[in-house]
Design a protein around this ligand. Sequence first.
Ligand code: S3P
Length: 168
Amino acid sequence: MDNIVLIGYMGCGKTTVGIRLSYCLKIPLVDTDKLIEKSEDREISRIFAEDGEEAFRWMETDTLRRLLQEKTGKVISTGGGLPVREENRRLLKLLGTVIYLKAEPETIYERVRGDTKRPLLQCRDPLTRIREMMAKRSRCYEDAADVVIQVDGKDFDTIIQEIEERVK
Ligand code: S3P
């Protein structure tokens, strides 16, 4: 079986969808953020603070390259900024079927407000930040995706069902 790769902006539901998909399909789940935190033995917020975003982006590319060497048949959940790099979009395509969980900025804002773990959203006006970043990134997500799932207003069961139908 091919890998199923989940992409999308922070808070679009990649982690929860990943957990549920892996359970329903009985296949393992890996998460690029968690793999990086494990190999660095530091949280993402610390990596950003100590080494900067650019260094983190390299770690994401390295992680994709490593996953490409491994056996397929996994759900792979990715960090929200990972598809912004062209090289990463190329590697994503090689990794498996890429599912973009697409959400409106307001949906994202509701899910991530109060979150302190995401360094890029620690600012005075997160909604404006989300709108600006999504405007810049949406092309990258669309380009990388094989399947686009609109998630606004849908519960997780519906989202999982739609993904299962589209990857059959
Ligand atoms: C980021 C998203 C985060 C994490 C890092 C940067 C981004 O992952 O990789 O904080 O640039 O959008 P999630 O999408 O899992 O929050």
